[in-house]
Write a protein that binds this ligand. Sequence first.
Ligand code: SF4
Length: 756
Amino acid sequence: MAVFDLDMIQKVYAAFPERVAAARKVVGRPLTLTEKILYAHLWDGNATVTHERGKSYVDFAPDRVTMQDATAQMALLQFMQAGKKKVAVPSTVHCDHLIQAKVGADADLQRSLNENNEVFNFLSSISNKYGIGFWKPGAGIIHQVMLENYAFPGGMMVGTDSHTVNGGGLGMIAIGVGGADAVDVMAGMPWELKFPKLIGVKLTGRLNGWTSAKDVILKVADILTVKGGTGAVVEYFGDGALSLSATGKGTICNMGAEIGATTSTFGYDDSMRRYLNATGRAEIVAEADRIAEHLTGDKEVYADPEKYFDQVIEIDLDTLEPHINGPFTPDRGTPVSKMKETALENGWPMKIEWGLIGSCTNSSYEDMSRAASIVEQAVKHGITPKAEFGINPGSEQVRYTIERDGIIATFEKMGTKVFTNACGPCIGQWDREGADKQEKNTIVHSFNRNFSKRADGNPNTHAFVTSPEMVAALAISGDLGFNPLTDTLTTDKGEQVKLLPPHGDELPKKGFDVDDPGYQAPAEDGSGVQVIVKPDSTRLQLLESFPAWDGQNILGAKLLIKAKGKCTTDHISMAGPWLRYRGHLDNISNNMLIGAENAFNGKANEVVNQLTGSVGEVPAVQRAYKAAGIPSIVVGDHNYGEGSSREHAAMEPRHLGVRAVIVKSFARIHETNLKKQGMLGLTFANEADYEKILEDDTFNFIDLVDFAPGKQLTLEIVHADGSKENIKLNHTYNDQQIDWFRAGSALNLIKLQDQN
Ligand code: SF4
């Protein structure tokens, strides 16, 4: 079943050589693969200037958009506001995050359908209407499905999930973004990114024995730490890179998110050809082969990488040891040979309770077959595993094929629970028995993240990340200190045996197979399709356009809250139980700023209602201002809105009637999100003026009528004693962004422009 868009890929490839040539000319030197792909996707066509790494903000034209079920809700509700008939680029929705893992695949899937059906029906109908491919619950995990069906060498993709970066396994630049950014791309607008820095990772040698692709990224995470990749693309190259499978490359790129990297990628090679062919995409191979020289970095770059990358790391696969990273952070790397002493030194629980295999990071056929080769040995030797064992396959195609090839049967011989093809335990959607007792315990998994509470909600679960084959060995031994390279296991008869290194097939010998992949193609003409949202739903709410600016100064505004210190998007729009309301703007707005510290009393979610003098919760007080028709402002400290690109943090204040956010400094993505929602995001020209804002002041924007690029605004502060003072506010709005403000939001403006 071909679901990819060959026309689009042909167009990208047709323009690629000329665009790379233009880039090489302006940059004036050989290019890395990352630079080739980025310059080939400039919004304005051929490069005319060199973009400075880590500095220039550049408009791009991504080829695809991908969304998972949790983040797609608000993204698509917003997309409806743009008034478009169809998405501007091929896009897909994947139902994977909302499925809990408890009993096993069928029962868990049914339970999720019962609980989330209205969300799935909404996503199915809106996808059908706007030309979006829809992958049903149980079809698989977004990034595995993406790799199997859509990723292509040299492509550029954005996705509303941080592990979108998995697509680098097939030579893409694939980047995780917030819903608002995905909406821009689907609505046909340019997408802005700070031109990244470049980290080169040279791989030499060849994987052998127990070492797998996972160990490459576990080692890189250990070297670079969780922040080391920030603002950078990691480009892998060298003979060692050529020796890895495409899905192994996907694993490595996937966990680039754990080092904060913008994304990671590999040059087009034989492993990608093999994978594309095996997954029914021979046409893409034919197209890519025609421009293959452009789908990898220039030879000169890889011959002298220090000259072309901002940082270079070299890893020798011949000597790389298997790693186990954790607990509580994916960058705490310990070679398996050192785990026993490290764990004992740190008092980590040695007994392993669970081993989990799968997630978008490690659920390829190769992963499953290598892990199964370990399980097979244990079964053959008559070893009862000491820990429980679970797998969640990455896609129905992988699940169906490993079932056909007897791999699931092998796992089941050890009593393994096979969960739905979905995120399950990886996103805390694991209803683990006894987790509520919060006992200290150890689990090992082949996922990517292992922060506290991530898998089962228990802060005392010590989660360790490793390769699937190592998970299998550790779960069988039940001992965190077990080193399968040197240690023996005791069989049920009391004999000592040593496990042989894992082996497996990169790709299924009989090819992939699937009965029902779980895909729903969109209607050719979706104009008659109704988007399904129940009027009394608590989880979904169709959006109303935000009102346009009335062209007047904002006068008589009250202070909602002056936030002190760190105010991240989590403080502005908390996650946890609120995620349930992601598709319902009014309901989720009840979490607005409830995590922010009020500068006047040091407390969270407690502010004075200036109309009544009473104390109330932030959302309730703001609703009172809105009901009374009183504008309000929010004041904040440095780096306001850092954290995620969650658009709810900008939509909630807009929805509840806050008119301006004035801070010492913004996190840029949040500042842009405020602008997109038609809000005023302003900074104190003089940071010390933050102190002038008193709790019971009234605020007048006295020259907003002259709002123009590069021109400061004046805020008149009227203190309770009647005294007044003016302060200056800076802004970074350009002409177009001021038009967004006038229209009420960026999407309003698109709709207006389309109508004219
Ligand atoms: Fe995210 Fe885990 Fe799902 Fe991957 S499997 S998309 S990391 S929640």
